[in-house]
Design a protein around this ligand. Sequence first.
Ligand code: FEO
Ligand code: CA
Ligand code: CA
Ligand code: CA
Length: 602
Amino acid sequence: PQAAAPAVSGLGFDAIAANREDTVKVPSGYRAQAFLPWGTPLVAGAAAFKPDASNSALEQSRQVGSHHDGMHFFPIDVQSGGQSSDEGLLVMNHEYVDPDILHAQRASELPRPQQEVFKELMAHGVSVAHILRQPDGQWALVPNSPYNRRITAATPMRMSGPVAGDDKLVTRYSPDGTMTRGTMNNCAHGFTPWGTYLTCEENWAGNFANTDSEQPREHRRYGVRTNHSNYHWESAEPASDDTDRFNAAVRGGDASQDYRNEPNHFGWIVEIDPFTPGSTPIKRSSLGRFAHEGVVFAPPVEGQPVVAYSGDDSRFEYIYKFVSKHPYHQATASGELLDEGTLYVARFNEDGSGDWLALDINDPEFIARAEQAGVEFSSQADVLLNTRLAADVMGATKMDRPEWGAVHPHTGDVYFTLTNNTRRDASQVDAVNPRAENAHGHIVRWHERGDHAAAVFDWDLFLLGGDAGTHTPGTGGEGVTLTSDNHFACPDGLWFDNRGVLWIQTDMSGAILREGSFGHNAMLAADPETGEVRRFLTGPVDCEVTGVVTTPDGRTMFVNIQHPGEGTASAGFSSHWPDGNGARPRSATVVITRDDGGVVGA
Ligand code: FEO
Ligand code: CA
Ligand code: CA
Ligand code: CA
């Protein structure tokens, strides 16, 4: 293997200007090349991508999905302790679909044609791509590799942890509540110390309709829709069990005869073993049920519990931490560590301290607070199904939309993006969410008092988003004042490379994106030690920049570009990236390298 990246700090590139070009721009001395766009033939026997989007649902199920998001690079030899930077499995999420881009000519009237709905289900989920660096330095998919795989919104999966087998999981598909079908709205991701991938279910609730006059709390608190689902999937004709499940209304008989409980199968973190082709993905219910943005692990310590952080990306929702019951041992660690443990929710106090509050039906304080609030939980499964309600009961801090988290590889400090919250009014401002009508978002940071399983932490604000001139005081130093080289809004993706450089990706939409001073969505690099922040990459028209990882040597970076040209099909597409020449836009990965072969960002 090549030498690991040098442990030096500092940013070694010139910032690029905010701009509105329909391309991916990177600093001089770097190159950026589109890779694995939506529709790329992935699995053996897959059809070629048809530029007019006329591939069928079955063809889509063997091609790369749409709306690329969180991703991880697993060195091909990682399970034997290797660090290959030339070959590996690139595993990525496909968050959602834009039906006007996904279909050649979308049917304009209801009911939805079954084959359109099937194609939308097949474009969601996860891709596993076995990739290899060629002698000329370019990366290529390994054709017909047994690792190449699509996981979709219809892939059979298993439930595990306290919720598996619960009555509230019984459906026509899963009469004993242990099996489930598919994963959706896979936003950010995580990876475990034992070499598996975690995909996180974020905005799943909008895919269900429950038209009953009263919804159960495990639907209502999450925003299951009361009229029809976002994409009208439940209307598909001809009807089938695969689409009927998006209708969560009670339809007579018992729960094993309809899909009243289907929404309870979503909102989880799903573990996928990319090195075992055909392995069954597992939904790990101990990590809670909410709009999981992503999940990030603290560095594992032999003999100590594993600790993982996850944000709930919705206005006024929370940040959580899972601490395993059993200790980590490198030789034997597996996903079973995620099945027993304690889920905590964060309270950020006004004095800069913070507390982790256990959501545990056996914890006397939790029982007392629930009684005080007049809320009943019948079991730990009930607590986990209603994670948001349990966090309300404990008086956790309502945040400005928690998105990605990242753990500093040297200091252990935990960073989280809070993307924005324009609905916070002046009376709701607190120390950790300090701005009313927070349109630009910010990044919070904390240090656990003790190891990562500690019950108490100390926090500060790392960086406020905003126009040039926006100042973040910082704790101790002079703080940071944004300039035209680094002003940004709506931080979302967040990742530390192994040098300790923090990569920040933005997800502006609406007027800020179209008319603000920020240009297109972008990726910045920040060095928490020196206080430098610099814009590194800008994306094409109407895209989000989300998902970033490098090879272990730091010399190849992968970044995802999501939904260029979003919502503009009727106007002939605002973006034609990456194919150009008037083509339909496609979400894609970008491979970034330095002309001199050096470490990206150094
Ligand atoms: Fe899918 Fe919260 O971004
Ligand atoms: Ca996101
Ligand atoms: Ca976002
Ligand atoms: Ca997006």
